[in-house]
Design a protein around this ligand. Structure first.
Ligand code: GLP
Length: 254
C-alpha cells in the first residue's frame, strides 16, 4: 500500500493507492469486513459494477473462512436499475445477492434495495431513506465511480442537495441492458439512486476506482474544482472519505 500526496484540496491520508488489482480488491474487502467486525449491527452500503464484484466475493470468502457475525448487519445498494425485472442478472439486487449476500446467508430483512419497478417511486425512495435512518443511518458506504464522474445514478449536473430519486442512466449502460433484456426502445429505462445529499450523510465513505479508464476522472474528482459537472468532486467536502485506488486509476495524480 502506498500513500500519495495529491497536492490538491484533499489531505494525503485520504488517498490509498494499491499496487495492483489484487491488492486493491483485498483492501476494499478489508474495509467492509473490518466494519462488520467492529460494529456487527452496522448499516453498510454497496455498489455494483466491474469495480466491486471481486471485492464482494472476497468478503464472502472471508466470512466463510473466519465466521464473523454478519447477521445483524444491514446491507443496502446505493442504486438500482429501473424498468427491468429484479431477477435480471444485471439488476443491482441480483448482482449483490449473487456476488456476496447469498453466500453469507443474508435475508431480505437485512438487505434493503430500491425497487426496479414501482407505481410510486417517490414513496419508495422515502421509505428507503427512512428505513436507513431508522436503523441508525449509514455507517459505511462503498461507492463506485462512473467514467463521467457519476455516483450511483447521479449523473453530471445533479444538484448536490438531491435526495433519493429516479433519474437517467448513461447511454452505454442503457444500450447494454436493452440488449441483454430485449427491452424495446419505447419502454423507458433509468436508475433510482440515493441522492448526493443522502450520500454525503454517510458517516464514512470509501470511493473505489481501479483501471486506466478511471485515471482521468480520478484526477478531476480529486484535483479539480468541486462542481456538479463532476458529481464525485463533492466527496472532497466529506469529512471521512477515503479514496481507494489501484495504481492505474491513480496514474495521473503524480
Ligand atoms: C454504474 C452504477 C454505479 C457504479 C458505476 C461504476 O453505472 N450505477 O453505482 O458505481 O457505474 O461502474 P464500474 O465499476 O463498472 O465502472
Amino acid at each position: 500500500m502506498e500513500k500519495i500526496w495529491t497536492d490538491g484540496a484533499m489531505p494525503w491520508e485520504y488517498v490509498t493507492v494499491e499496487p495492483d488489482e489484487q491488492h486493491f480488491d483485498c483492501a476494499a474487502a478489508d474495509r467492509i469486513v473490518e466494519q462488520i467486525k467492529t460494529k456487527p449491527d452496522s448499516v453498510v452500503g454497496l455498489s455494483t459494477g466491474r469495480t466491486t464484484g471481486a471485492m464482494h466475493r472476497i468478503v464472502a470468502e472471508r466470512w466463510r473462512a473466519e465466521g464473523f457475525d454478519a447477521r445483524r448487519t444491514t446491507f443496502f445498494g446505493v442504486d438500482e436499475v429501473v424498468g427491468v425485472p429484479r431477477d435480471y442478472s444485471g439488476a443491482c439486487y441480483t448482482m449483490l445477492r449473487t456476488e456476496i449476500l447469498d453466500a453469507m446467508g443474508i435475508e431480505d430483512d437485512h438487505f434493503l434495495m430500491l425497487p426496479t419497478e414501482s407505481d410510486d417511486f417517490l414513496a419508495a425512495c422515502s421509505h428507503f431513506t427512512d428505513e436507513l435512518a431508522r436503523r441508525g443511518g449509514i455507517d459505511l458506504l462503498i461507492l463506485g465511480l462512473g467514467e463521467n464522474g457519476h455516483l450511483g445514478f447521479n449523473q453530471p449536473g445533479t444538484p448536490f442537495d438531491s435526495r433519493a430519486w429516479v433519474t437517467t442512466m448513461n447511454v452505454e449502460l442503457e444500450e447494454r441492458i436493452r440488449r441483454e433484456t430485449a427491452t424495446p426502445t419505447d419502454k423507458w429505462l433509468g436508475g433510482v439512486t440515493l441522492g448526493l445529499r443522502d450520500i454525503m450523510h454517510a458517516r464514512r465513505i470509501v470511493l473505489v476506482a481501479k483501471g486506466k479508464n478511471k485515471a482521468d476522472i480520478v484526477l478531476r474528482m480529486l484535483r479539480g474544482p468541486v462542481m456538479t459537472d463532476i458529481p464525485a468532486s463533492v466527496l472532497q467536502l466529506h469529512p471521512c472519505c477515503e479514496f481507494l485506488l489501484d495504481r492505474d486509476a491513480a496514474s495521473k495524480l503524480c
